[in-house]
Design a protein around this ligand. Structure first.
Ligand SMILES: Cc1cc2nc3c(=O)[nH]c(=O)nc-3n(C[C@H](O)[C@H](O)[C@H](O)COP(=O)(O)O)c2cc1C
Length: 210
């Protein structure tokens, strides 16, 4: 009943023959420093052993454009299909892990599994975030702010996919005295690589107290 949440496409596999994509809704951030997240996967999924054996995966955020692929990868198994080919998605080399990034996704999060916790029908893969790729077209060059909303992200609620709704307020607006739309913190340490940017893992001068 904890909805809405993101429906992400998790890519995995260490070679092109093994590459696969599984759609995951049971996912989230669990720690800011060190940056950590989780995905929960049922053991009979084709992706389960791939992720377990390789100890790696990539979380790819999804958009309205990717909605069909997101759903399809969540109802078809890699046992039968090459999901990259079927959905016309492009596997791209990651920086830290062997699992591929999905090029068409606006944000790719490279993860290394630190612990597998059997919970019940799902096993939770706790993972350390090694690097993040953010599509440059959504980064404001002047203030380095990342505008994921411009990528039309989708979320998942009670079996349905939705776009984001209207803007309601920003973090801390409830206690803010002066109106100010501009970010005040130092710039994030981005590292350029090809068409994309990698936000470095350390994120040293990042102020995020959530
Ligand atoms: C929106 C959505 C969310 C899903 N979330 C999860 C999840 O969190 N964990 C899980 O094990 N399966 C989840 N699934 C189901 C798998 O994605 C699905 O069984 C998929 O076909 C498995 O692919 P694979 O056999 O290639 O690994 C979800 C499916 C959809 C459509």
């Amino acid at each position: 009943m904890i909805y809405p949440l993101p429906a992400v496409m998790v890519s995995c596999g260490t070679s092109p023959e093994e590459y696969n994509i599984i759609t995951i809704a049971w996912t989230g951030t669990v720690c800011t420093e060190p940056p950590m997240c989780y995905i929960s996967v049922r053991p009979h999924r084709h992706s389960f052993n791939i992720i377990k054996d390789s100890g790696e995966f990539v979380i790819n955020l999804t958009t309205k454009k990717l909605a069909r692929a997101t759903d399809w990868c969540g109802v078809r198994s890699g046992k039968k299909y090459n999901k990259f080919e079927k959905m016309n998605l492009t596997p791209e080399k990651a920086s830290f892990v062997k699992a591929p990034l999905i090029k068409e996704s606006p944000v790719n999060i490279e993860c290394r599994v630190t612990e597998i916790k059997p919970l019940g029908v799902h096993h939770m893969f706790l993972a350390e975030v090694l690097g993040i790729h953010a599509d440059e077209q959504f980064i404001n060059k002047e203030n380095q702010a990342f505008h994921l909303d411009k990528a039309n992200p989708i979320c998942y609620s009670h079996g349905k996919y939705y776009e984001l709704g209207n803007f309601v307020g920003k973090f801390g607006f409830s206690v803010q005295k002066k109106k100010s739309g501009m970010p005040t913190g130092k710039k994030k340490p981005y590292r350029q690589e090809g068409k994309r940017l990698i936000i470095s893992k350390s994120g040293k001068n990042r102020k995020d107290e959530r």
